[in-house]
Design a protein. Structure first.
Length: 114
């Protein structure tokens, strides 16, 4: 189903539940506990945490380079091109499995040195 259509249907259901008085209203404590539990679950995936940390570092570095007026790619932006992180429809992160070098983080220059 088209994600926009699915969102529209879910929105109508939410509005109907609120109008009927049967919708769940989160308390601050419930929301806090749910967020903590979700954060604990996500943080168990070390590859996921490394990938999002890498994305943040790359974005921060790109912003700093832009403020300094640098246009030449740096070593980190070259790595970013070798290692791409893709998100599927459920929000999880997966790496391309087609190239074993991407899984190990090695580069072509590493192989040339061997």
């Amino acid at each position: 189903m088209d994600p926009d259509r699915q969102r529209e249907i879910a929105s109508k259901g939410g509005r109907a539940a609120h109008a009927k008085g049967t919708a769940h209203e989160w308390t601050a404590e419930e929301a806090r506990n749910a967020g903590r539990k979700g954060g604990e679950a996500v943080s168990q995936d070390r590859e996921h945490m490394a990938a999002i940390g890498r994305e943040g570092g790359e974005a921060r570095g790109a912003g700093a380079r832009a403020r300094r007026g640098e246009t030449e790619p740096t070593r980190s932006s070259e790595r970013e091109m070798r290692f791409s992180v893709e998100r599927d429809g459920m929000g999880s992160i997966r790496r391309p499995a087609s190239d074993s070098r991407l899984r190990r983080g090695s580069s072509e220059s590493d192989e040339a040195r061997a």
